[in-house]
Design a protein around this ligand. Structure first.
Ligand code: V47
Length: 387
């Protein structure tokens, strides 16, 4: 082991919290095996030999967006006179309800729904969407709308300062939890250069704080490998860790469940000239997430972006969750332009088993899913940290 990592290893073995400087030392180290082993120690302490996946569907209801983030290749523009970029779309509520019914019939337990900040859809579109899914597929958990969309919905419902009010309307209509998107990197310089116009870290964290107070679980992401520095990454981890400390200290009924480190994919974006992260950087980020975020129960590798091959390997680098079957995903595409991106349950399970872990199907709240024929139910909650 590199000498600089020894004091960090001592802390990890003693169950002590790592500092900002520890995080930076880990990110700057080239001793990937030592970092992986430390992350694996923590991962096994929390989850033993278990690796989670879920049977889910992603749905991106519209790519029309008021923002123009440089890292994003998904957004299309629509002008006030109705003219729009080629490929701009929005799904009707009927189409979304039909997709939900099909997802439930196909065994999905969760639908993950996000989209652009559509400048012309009314607030009722979002509550109607949730109610229609509820009616069409009552057991499907709806994980929807990033913090960025929630702030947009607060604006269009003319309650810009009432995030809690908007969240409770959405919850009442059927919202089950918040996904982790839109966090990018919590730093003003990076914000102004790469995703100006988007909410800043304070608003992103406020939305999750209000969601937790209302009893909604949520996730968090970090988008890395573009113009951020190692210091920015560590700072992001510490801000998330502090936010989770608050939820625990104040005994909120909701918490952060999972962090999903997302590798920047340059293709077709305004930052296409950047190389994007390498496989080693991916593994290191996943492992360092596990080590820094000691109060987050789960670390997820999103195979759509990390690839299934690297996600499989990452199970030995601190990851305990490899997302799900996905099926359709429009925001990023690796190796081709088709948005049909699906793995079967047997492929996921085989990948997990080959890596030496026991695959466990979970629902959105990390309860074990027990299947009998086409039917399923959730067993008791499997794992909580500091609950
Ligand atoms: O917020 C956009 C990112 C996110 C690119 O909560 C890009 O379980 C890489 O948040 N390269 C959406 N990333 C995805 C997301 C997510 C995914 C899986 C699971 C969960 C969860 C959440 O995708 C956006 C943005 O940060 N993104 N463009 C890109 N070129």
């Amino acid at each position: 082991m590199e000498a600089a990592l020894q004091p960090i290893a001592d802390k990890v073995h003693a169950g002590e919290r790592l500092s900002f400087n520890d995080g930076l030392t880990l990110l700057k180290s080239r001793d990937i095996w030592a970092i992986g082993q430390l992350a694996d120690t923590v991962r096994r302490r929390l989850h033993g030999n278990t690796a989670y996946y879920n049977v889910n569907r992603h749905l991106n209801y519209s790519n029309v967006c008021a923002l123009s983030c440089k890292f994003c290749s998904f957004y299309r523009k629509q002008q006030p006179d109705g003219t729009r970029d080629e490929g701009a779309y929005e799904f009707s509520v009927e189409h979304i309800a039909k997709s939900a019914a099909e997802a439930a019939a196909g065994g999905a337990t969760e639908m993950h729904i996000v989209g652009g900040l559509h400048p012309y859809l009314p607030f009722a579109y979002y509550t109607d969407m949730l109610r229609a899914i509820r009616a069409a597929a009552p057991r499907l958990h709806i994980k929807a709308f990033t913090a960025v969309e929630i702030v947009h919905l607060a604006r269009i419902s003319k309650r810009a300062r009432d995030i809690a009010g908007v969240l409770s309307d959405l919850k009442e209509a059927g919202l089950g939890s918040l996904p982790g998107g839109g966090a990018e990197v919590f730093d003003d310089r990076v914000h102004d250069e790469a995703f100006k116009g988007k909410i800043r870290s304070d608003m992103w964290l406020l939305v999750h704080h209000e969601a937790h107070k209302l009893g909604l679980m949520s996730n968090a992401t970090i988008l890395y490998g573009h113009i951020e520095s190692p210091e920015d990454r560590v700072n992001h981890f510490i801000m998330l860790r502090d936010a989770q400390d608050t939820a625990i200290r104040e005994n909120h009924p909701g918490r952060f469940q999972t962090v999903i480190p997302l590798p920047f994919i340059p293709d077709d974006s305004e930052l296409e000239h950047l190389p994007g992260p390498t496989g080693l950087d991916d593994l290191k980020m996943l492992a360092v997430s596990r080590l820094m975020l000691d109060n987050f129960p789960h670390i997820k590798a999103f195979w759509i972006m990390q690839t299934l091959e690297l996600s499989q390997l990452s199970l030995q680098f601190g990851v305990d969750d490899i997302d799900g079957t996905v099926v359709w995903y429009d925001i990023t595409k690796v190796g081709g332009s088709d948005t049909h991106q699906e793995v079967t349950v047997s492929t996921l399970r085989r990948a997990v088993r080959e890596a030496g872990f026991e695959p466990v199907e979970r629902d959105t709240l990390y309860r074990r899913v027990v299947r009998t024929g086409a039917d399923w139910h959730s067993a008791d909650q499997l794992q909580t940290v500091n609950s």
